[in-house]
Unconditional design. Structure first.
Length: 278
């Protein structure tokens, strides 16, 4: 069986859909093709069931020619199911001509089944797309399967020693926790935990290398929503700065530390230390 997903949105939104599409592939025994913005290619490479990414500019005012090309791409394979996360008349017109027998969306005249809104943390919310075709979703149990080569490379780049490894993953920008507080935090912790190892995620790099660095850490402190999701999917203890508790599953080792009224720049370092257990 082959399943198509139409997936507009940011890299963060693509990551939030990973558990749902992984569950579809596992429960149907299917492969997946995903139509998504070209910039999300690295996200879908993290999911082995995805056999092809179809680049499509959902968020950049696609032309009639773009839609015609997409129709050609989805008509050729024998898709049995489509999960449509896009909205609008054009995507519904395209799907109505696609000959895909089962088409699930939150709305739209081309839908053969409607995905009802679901509660829960962000990756659990696509549950309605699965329920519509008799499948289930437990996003909390989803884990990334990363290549051993990427994990070994990440471990080789860690500081030497046998102490616990703290990985810092700032979001960056003027609204983040100040850089000087990120820099001073490890020394403050070492007053109580002398053998602490600590490093910061370097800017740039592939999503795979970022995921491997996160999965190889003992604890992650992050204000970056993408890194926070990768830590959740890696099963790594996480303190998520600026996150709403509803953005994370209820799991031991995951702690959201919402931004105070003045934003992350005004977050007290002692609150961060307390969240880390110091």
């Amino acid at each position: 069986m082959r399943v198509l997903a139409l997936s507009p949105g940011s890299v963060q939104q693509q990551l939030q859909r990973l558990p749902a599409l992984a569950a579809v592939a596992e429960q149907l025994g299917s492969t997946l093709q995903v139509a998504a913005p070209a910039g999300s290619r690295e996200v879908w490479r993290l999911l082995p069931a995805v056999e092809k990414l179809i680049p499509f500019p959902f968020d950049a005012a696609p032309t009639l020619a773009d839609w015609a090309n997409l129709l050609g791409s989805v008509r050729e394979p024998d898709f049995q199911v489509c999960l449509n996360f896009a909205e609008g008349r054009q995507v519904n017109l395209m799907l109505s001509m696609s000959h895909i027998p089962t088409r699930i969306a939150s709305s739209g005249f081309a839908s053969t089944a409607i995905a009802r809104p679901a509660e829960g943390w962000t990756a659990q919310q696509p549950q309605g797309f699965l329920t519509a075709i008799g499948l289930s979703l437990d996003a909390n149990s989803f884990r990334l399967t990363l290549p051993a080569t990427a994990l070994n490379k990440a471990r080789a780049q860690q500081p030497p020693g046998d102490g616990p490894m703290l990985l810092l993953a700032p979001g960056g920008g003027s609204h983040d926790w100040p850089a000087e507080r990120w820099h001073s935090l490890p020394d403050t912790i070492r007053i109580r935990l002398a053998n602490l190892r600590c490093s910061a995620l370097p800017p740039g790099g592939s999503l795979l290398s970022r995921a491997a660095s996160i999965a190889s850490a003992d604890v992650v402190l992050s204000s970056c929503p993408i890194s926070q999701l990768l830590a959740v999917y890696g099963g790594v203890p996480l303190v998520a700065l600026g996150a709403d508790p509803q953005q994370l599953p209820a799991r031991e080792g995951l702690k959201a530390l919402p931004a105070p009224t003045g934003g992350l720049p005004s977050l007290d370092p002692q609150d961060v230390l307390s969240a880390l257990g110091f």
